[in-house]
Design a protein around this ligand. Structure first.
Ligand SMILES: [Mn+2]
Length: 293
């Protein structure tokens, strides 16, 4: 049994602000103390961002650590938000054996899940006590895919893993299919377009409709209310502005949401008219995949 929960994630400069909002939500909704390890590739996180993340963590009273990880921990993508009950997953991690190797969340049988053959999404992973399986050789033998580490973990662990409810890694397009009496504890904004790409003057529809992005905007509002009174106000504003400009546009179908969000944000005040027109079509568009509702 671990005394302090451990959470691990990795970011580059594109995800610095997202991590700030996630840290705030983890802290607010935690039931006991935890520490966070943030990984980054050499050269991918300027010292300005490293300092910003460190000062945010310090202000939130979250210990940041950076040593090699041998003890049980929760891996979490920075494009997630924590909601009440998120740290109950540690009960399962503590009860999972080295033989099982990994704790993963179920994926629903939605059309979205059929996009690839992977049994679990790697955005939230519970690593139990014990040594990890050798990944170098399997990785060499695998064909190259878009989400390589996800394919690798599926290959290595899906036969033995301990499974938890989808509520610990709720992909946004699944929101409509969930049990309203068993709400998500972690929402994962997988996909190219993210809540922080949307100009906040356009967030209103989404918040009123209670779309999955509204949970992220609520976490952002809590963080800024909590921290902008102090010396971090400028840091947060700078991170927020930088985050708005992140995201690489590509000519691919799964980037259509990002194109829409970028276009609306660039339009400024005129975007409201466009959104009203597009809103007429929204009953045919699944929730959680765009800012229209
Ligand atoms: Mn992700």
């Amino acid at each position: 049994m671990t005394s302090t929960h451990r959470v691990v994630c990795a970011i580059d400069s594109q995800m610095a602000y997202a991590l700030g909002v996630l840290l705030g939500s983890l802290k607010r909704e935690s039931s006991k103390a935890f520490r966070v390890t943030v990984g980054f590739l050499e050269g991918s996180l300027p010292s300005r961002d490293r300092e910003a993340v460190s000062s945010l963590a310090a202000a939130l009273k979250i210990p940041l650590v950076s040593d090699a990880i041998t003890d049980p921990h929760l891996w979490i993508d920075a494009d997630t938000v924590a909601l009440p009950g998120w740290d109950r997953i540690f009960d399962v991690i503590d009860a999972t054996s080295e033989k099982q190797g990994l704790v993963v969340a179920k994926r629903g049988n939605s059309p979205g899940a059929a996009r690839d053959s992977m049994l679990f999404n790697a955005g939230v992973l519970g690593w139990p006590q014990g040594t990890r399986r050798n990944w170098a050789e399997p990785l060499r033998q695998m064909e190259t895919v878009d989400t390589q580490e996800q394919a690798l973990f599926n290959e290595l662990y899906s036969d033995t893993a301990a499974w938890v409810s989808e509520k610990y890694n709720t992909l946004t397009y699944r929101i409509d299919q969930l049990d309203p009496h068993d709400l998500p504890s972690i929402i994962h904004y997988a996909g190219a377009h993210k809540p922080w790409h949307l100009g906040r003057n356009l967030a209103q529809n989404c918040v009123e409709y209670g779309c999955p992005w509204s949970a992220w905007f609520a976490a952002e509002a809590s963080l800024t209310t909590e921290l902008t009174a102090g010396p971090l106000a400028e840091t947060i504003t700078a991170l927020q502005r930088a985050a708005l400009a992140t995201g690489h546009l590509r000519w691919r179908r799964d980037h259509s949401g990002l194109w829409l969000v970028k276009l609306l944000t660039a339009l400024g005040p005129g975007a409201r008219v466009v959104m009203w027109c597009l809103g007429l079509l929204k009953q045919w568009v699944p929730r959680g995949t765009h800012p229209l509702h």
